[in-house]
Design a binder for this molecule. Sequence first.
Ligand SMILES: C[S@@+](CC[C@H](N)C(=O)[O-])C[C@H]1O[C@@H](n2cnc3c(N)ncnc32)[C@H](O)[C@@H]1O
Length: 264
Amino acid sequence: MSSIKQKIRSWLTLPEVREIEDLDDPNTSELHRRIIRSKPFLRNIYLDNYRVLEKAMAGLGRSVCVELGSGGGFIKDILPNVITSDVLVLQNLNVCFSGEAIPFKEESVDIFFMIDVFHHIKQPRLVLNEMQRCLRPGGKILMIEPANTPWGRFIFQNFHHEQFNPDAGWCIEGDGPMSDANGAQPWIIFSRDRERFMQEYPAFSINSFRCHTPLRYLLSGGVSMRQLLPNFTYPLICLIEIILSPLNPYLGMFCTIELVKSRA
Ligand SMILES: C[S@@+](CC[C@H](N)C(=O)[O-])C[C@H]1O[C@@H](n2cnc3c(N)ncnc32)[C@H](O)[C@@H]1O
């Protein structure tokens, strides 16, 4: 049985991904960049995610938006004014720094944006302190992260290589920017320990914590697996997700979290 499982897994794994030896090697992020661009489902998911930021930027006028952990994403193709960054030295990024030491002045940033980054942050208090310092009053942190719903937990704990431990503390052990993670960490800080977060960070309010998209990422195969459905079915999957949306607190695989820094 396990050999059948292994064969299916190996068939599903993209041939170029089989060669990866070190997730933390910048070449792995460069490979992800090529994969994200070449898989239509996955590319559409990124476009949908970038629209979340585009919406938040609308009406701000000239704004300073910084993407942390841009990795192999392609946000600049869609929103050229966004400042891209990562702790890894990668091609086509504006700046290289860790979120734990952000090289921007006090109250100079309008929005910090992250896709699948916060759950890789080893010392989240350091990053939250830095973002609090750099954000203008009324500024936002927007992040799209794994969701700790029953369905999300089942998928991440059984079919994903990263740790997903809802019982853990706030910090993550290890120092691999890609390899060390806890997918449940955003839920731990902003939902399970919400009261503690509010006490430690009274300047922030949690404007929204919304679970969504139970199917599309799974069917896209992500950056490691083959896409499971033909390209033309993407709108149909989105429609099915809309129909299922009342069940998002149980079925969402991702959550969008928005924090706002108070104006006072
Ligand atoms: C799972 S990848 C996501 C990349 C990209 N946002 C995307 O969605 O394709 C996580 C990214 O966060 C970056 N990262 C991890 N720790 C970081 C830190 N302390 N500061 C900045 N970036 C970090 C990693 O190098 C990696 O590029």
